[in-house]
Every structure is written in structure tokens, then in C-alpha cells.
Ligand binder design. Sequence first.
Ligand code: ZN
Length: 488
Amino acid sequence: MENKLRLFNSLSRKKEDFKPLTDGHVGMYVCGPTVYGDPHLGHARPGITFDIVFRYLQHIGYKVRYVRNITDVGHLENDADHGEDKIAKKARLEELEPMEIVQYYTNRYHAFMNALNVLPPSIEPHASGHIIEQMEIIDKIFENGYAYEADGSVYFDVEKYNKKHPYGILSGRNIEEMLANTRELDGQDEKRKPYDFALWKKAAPEHIMRWKSKWSDGFPGWHLECSAMGAKYLGETFDIHGGGMDLLFPHHESEIAQSMAANEKMPVNYWMHNNMITINGQKMGKSLGNFITLEEFFTGNHDMLEQAYSPMTIRFFILQAHYRGTVDFSNEALQGAGKAYERLIKAFGRLDDINPAEAGDLDMEKLRNSCYDAMNDDFNTPILIAHLFDAVKFINAAADGKTTMSDEQKNALQNIRKDFIVDILGLDLETSETVGGSGLNDVMDILLDVRKKLKEEKNYAMSDFIRDELSAKGVTIKDTKDGTSWEM
Ligand code: ZN
């Protein structure tokens, strides 16, 4: 298929035709989680956004090497160069080894991404496993004259760098503004300028995660890990770098500066950033009491939630917005998404029972092309979903006998289901998930099996009891010649 993919590049601030570096191969790096807390909505959105990119690029024929890291060292409180390491702090509070914290939350992250049907990346490197690679970049930056040492710590000399290369090209800031917007150094600070950032930090005596280096016993600065791991697995310049918009500055801006200072090369061709999530119009934050973990969404166990929301409802809800738009979570919006999702899956489920006849009034080629056009236009999933609902209307009309559908149309719609709903959007076809949570299908299968056995043993009192009890809970059982089905 001819590639017409255009994607919005945060660097040029416009949509560009996508031209990968090596024909047929795409390198994509996405900043992964700092694993010190339970996965929440702030993890779901980039997880799903870049899962769509990963799935779609593969669907249109690229071979994709997708690297998503685990940050397990060097990310200090408030994303600053001061303060305690986030993981070390959690380890101290829980009286555990930092690596126990890392393992526990990495496992949790994987489990929840899996529930959201987010495919695992090709490589998932840990920052702590790439200390030597990070030191090598510091050496190169030193050699090229853009780093300085102060009492065992090493900082990036932004002012010097900015004389040759603009610092701020990604975020659109300039260093004069940055200086005006930051506090004056208080004299205690080792940095020459407030906007300089740490490449290596000397560890305080109580700091656990530390490595020997020529500068001090210490640990790398947060921005450095992604430069090191991106270059190691994807080369000094690669195709796509993604992450949340909150990472654009200073994290990604500093990655560009580090790579330019070390290699005189732009590290990335296309920068992609997903927008943030709000809850009832407010930014999500622990202090605001609106911090909801994915587990709380899936179980409904949070004061702000009226019910549990299945992983597929959350996924569908996120996909109903374009990744560069904001998404506001509320019970009302989630319930609406759950219903729409169910309508979509149920309609496509009815497709298989339709007997082909005369062709009805829906141009399949046009529909399929419109679906591709939506995805080619910077992964516009809400437009794609709108096109899928044109198909929903047609399928329901045909299933209700209000129109007819030809064999070709039926085949075309089955292919649209497979390609767009399952492969590209990564949606699960089990509708009961949206109302009852995962696992309900398995339980219902067991229950219906038991009922079948009871009937075979002519224990009609018990088999009717199961049917009536389920009916009282809103589950309808239908016995047909092909077996038993159920509906909520
Ligand atoms: Zn990163």
C-alpha cells in the first residue's frame, strides 16, 4: 500500500510526510514510566497512544523497533536536580531495596498495560542497566567542551551550547526567557546558571543507588538515560521519539542538546507528544484527591467513581480523542464511552448472522479508504471511529431487515473489523467486558456448562433456578438450536 502517512512533528510544529530513515524499518523510542507508584491514567494515555502508532506502522508494512524504557534511577523529586530520588524515597518509606520497588511496580505496569491491550515494546531497557553508556556520553560532551564539573557533579553548560546551537528549539523557549522565569542562584548552588542541568550527580552519603565514576560516587542525571538508550538501540539519529507533553521541556529539550553536544547530530526526526488527561476539568494530582489508579478504575474502588470501568472502556475512551487533544475524565463521559463501545462491538458481532442478498447503500471501498485517510492524518482515531459508526448503522439496518447487504459488503465489513477494530485500534471483541469487567465471560461459560449438565440430568428445577437468578440480576439467557447465549 502506498504510504500517505503524515504526522505532526513537535519540532517543526506542523504535519509532515513521514519518511523513515531506512526503507521499511522504523526506530521508535518512547519515554516509559518511572516505576515508583501504581499505574494510573497518566500511564494509560502514552501507553495507548504509542501502541496505536506501533500497531499502525506495522499494519502499513513497516518493521518497527519500539524501545520503551523503564526509569529506575536518577529521576529526582519535582523533576529537578535537587531532592531525593523518587525510587529511593519510596524504598526508604516502604523499608525495601530500591530494586524491589522497581520490580514490583514494573510488574504492575506490565499487568495493567496488558489489560489495556497495549502490546509490549520490542526492547524495554532499564536506566540502571546503562550507566556505562551514560558515562560515555558525558565523556563526549566534556571532550566537546559543553560540560563542567563542580564538586564531583557534572553539569551541561547550556549558555555555551546555545552560542552554537539553539537551546529551546523543541519547546520554543529561549534562554533569556528561561533566565527571567527562574530564581536567581542562591550561591549555594554548584551550577553556573539556573538552566544548566545535571549529567552526573555526586551521591550524598545516605544515597543508596550509586556508581563509581571518574567524577564521584554518584548517579546519572535523568535526561541522560534516554539519550544513551535511544542511541544504543536505534542509532545516533532515529525516526520517532514519543512521550507525554509534560516531558517536552526540559526532558526532551535536554536530550536534543546532549546528543548534539556529543555527536553533532539531531537525535530524532519526528517528535510526538500526547496531550494530558484531566479529571472533571482538573489536573490529576495526589494533593487534589483526584488521583485514580488504573486498578481503582477497573474495580470502581474510589470515592469519585460511580462504578467500575473495564480496560476496554478506558481504552476506547482515550481513542475517542485525538492524541494531541486533552481528555477529561468524568463518570458521565466514561459511561457514554462504555455504551458507544458496546454499540460498536455488538453491531460488528451481528455481522456474521446476516444472510447476504442484494447490495445495500454503503460504498465499501470509500469507507475503507476513509478509515485509512483518518489514520494517515496524524493517527486520527476519533475520525476513524466515526467512520466505523457509519458501518454500525448499516449493519444494524441489515440485521433488522431494513436494508440488505451483499456478500462482498459482508466480507469487506469483516475485513474492516479485523484490520481497524482488532489490529489497529486494539479493541477486544468481547462486549460483556464493557459491562461486567474482564473474566465475566469465563464465569458465564462455566455457569452455562453447569446448567447444560443439569438439563441433561433432567434436573430442570436447578437449571431453571440458575436462569431465573441470572435474570433477576439482568442477565438474559437464550436457548436456541445452536446452544445457549447470554446478554446483559
Ligand atoms: Zn525519557
